[in-house]
Design a protein around this ligand. Structure first.
Ligand code: ATP
Ligand code: MG
Length: 398
């Protein structure tokens, strides 16, 4: 009997006229992520995406679990419209469940959906028929339509196809990556920025990572940490780019030309000056940072205003109202925590001011910046390292 993976999508269904485009993007993302590992046939039918696996199902589902836009999916068996066959597969699936459980009683329901109206029973009749059969066969079962512990799903499709499944496995939810435009995400080696990147991928943004490093003050290990973070995060989206920007010369120039207490804000403003030059090339519509109000001196509302003043596109801060403990729990959930806590220095700890300004003022900062840095920006842009992030089975950290 043929096994299929039946994928249900999230909010895509709400998108009206754009629906096909959303669906096709999701199909393309699934295909791109899965096909290097497993050969599959993938298509849309009756508001579902179907994968016909050729090889190992676990390999495929281990990837599906990370793809934004998937609400849930089921491993299903395909039969014909023949009622005897539907009964037989329903019983054997329930038998497999019963063999695994040690529960004395199990509340269940059968949920049918009939996309092919020529099938002789309507969906309620079919559910009652199969439900009755299962009740007779397994004495542990009792019907509970409102709070069942398990649901057996039956869908009658066109062309004499019927699928039966027992479990819905939750996916990431959200929207398919690529449906909400591209963002440049400021990825430090810390805990927050990977979480911020993940939130934006779940909202359908393609994330390009931008990292600033201060070689030789931050070493190869700091750089590798960021490559590891980007690689790990890329389980959630198809191939992307990590841009590594050498920032030491700019930091030195700021140290030499500006008042010490403004350094951190000025570093941030210069990160945007670099980013602003990359917007066109990468068609970026927004920046993403891991900032949260009041978390550190550079993240007071005044200082956030001072840094974002330098940005030419909107600055998106998905963590803005979260406390650290909450952010940490997300970073554990997505598996970046263990990488983030590796103790390698970040560029912003280099030449740190002893007493950073907490209440920055845009006019003052603009005055501080009045030294000639245009060559410096051009040289830095020319020295950016671009790394393609396309790892299919990165090392797992949890
Ligand atoms: P994180 O844990 O993400 O590093 P943080 O609490 O350490 O955050 P800051 O160091 O103030 O906060 O950085 C705030 C944000 O600025 C980061 O979340 C990140 O988006 C961006 N950022 C900081 N340093 C860098 C860097 N070296 N390269 C790229 N982005 C950076
Ligand atoms: Mg940081």
């Amino acid at each position: 009997m043929k096994k299929l993976i039946v994928i249900r999508y999230s909010e895509i269904a709400l998108k009206g006229k754009n629906r096909h485009w959303f669906e096709d993007t999701l199909v393309r993302n699934i295909h791109t992520q899965v096909s290097p590992l497993e050969t599959i046939k993938i298509y849309k039918i009756h508001g579902r995406i179907i994968i016909e696996p050729v090889g190992n199902i676990e390999n495929i589902t281990s990837i599906l679990n990370f793809i934004p836009g998937i609400a849930n999916y089921s491993i299903a068996y395909q039969t014909s419209h023949d009622l005897a066959e539907i009964r037989a597969i329903s019983k054997s699936m329930m038998q497999v469940f019963m063999d695994k459980t040690d529960q004395k009683t199990v509340r269940f329901k059968v949920e049918s959906r009939r996309a092919e109206k020529s099938f002789p029973m309507n969906s309620i009749q079919l559910s009652q028929q199969i439900g009755g059969d299962l009740l007779q066969e397994f004495e542990q079962l009792s019907v509970d339509l409102h709070q069942p512990e398990i649901s057996l799903g039956i869908e009658i499709w066109q062309k004499d196809r019927c699928i039966v499944f027992l479990e819905k496995i939750n996916g990431q939810g959200g929207l398919p990556v690529g449906t909400a435009g591209t963002v440049l995400s400021f990825l430090s080696g810390g805990i927050d920025s990977p979480v911020a990147s993940w939130f934006m991928m779940k909202r359908g943004c393609k994330v390009i990572y931008l990292h600033f490093h201060s070689y030789p003050f931050t070493g190869e290990q700091s750089r590798q940490k960021v490559v590891d973070l980007a690689t790990h995060l890329n389980r959630y989206q198809p191939k992307t780019t990590l841009l590594i920007v050498p920032f030491t010369d700019i930091q030195k120039a700021i140290k030499e030309n500006c008042q010490e207490r403004y350094r951190t804000i000025l570093y941030r403003r210069f990160m945007y000056y670099i980013g602003n030059q990359l917007i066109k090339k990468y068609k970026a519509l927004g920046y993403v940072t891991g900032e949260a109000v009041g978390q550190v001196a550079s993240q007071t509302l005044e200082n956030l205003a001072c840094t974002e003043d330098a940005a030419a596109i909107p600055v998106l801060r998905p963590l803005i109202g979260m406390e650290k403990a909450e952010i940490i729990s997300y970073s554990k959930l997505i598996g970046t925590f263990e990488i983030s806590i590796q103790p390698f220095p970040d560029c912003c700890t280099v030449f740190q001011p002893r007493k950073p300004e907490v209440h920055g003022n845009i006019k003052t900062l603009q005055k501080e910046e009045q030294f000639d840095y245009s060559n410096l920006i051009q040289e830095t842009l020319g020295a950016i390292e671009s790394i393609t992030i396309d790892e299919k089975s990165p090392k797992l950290y949890w």
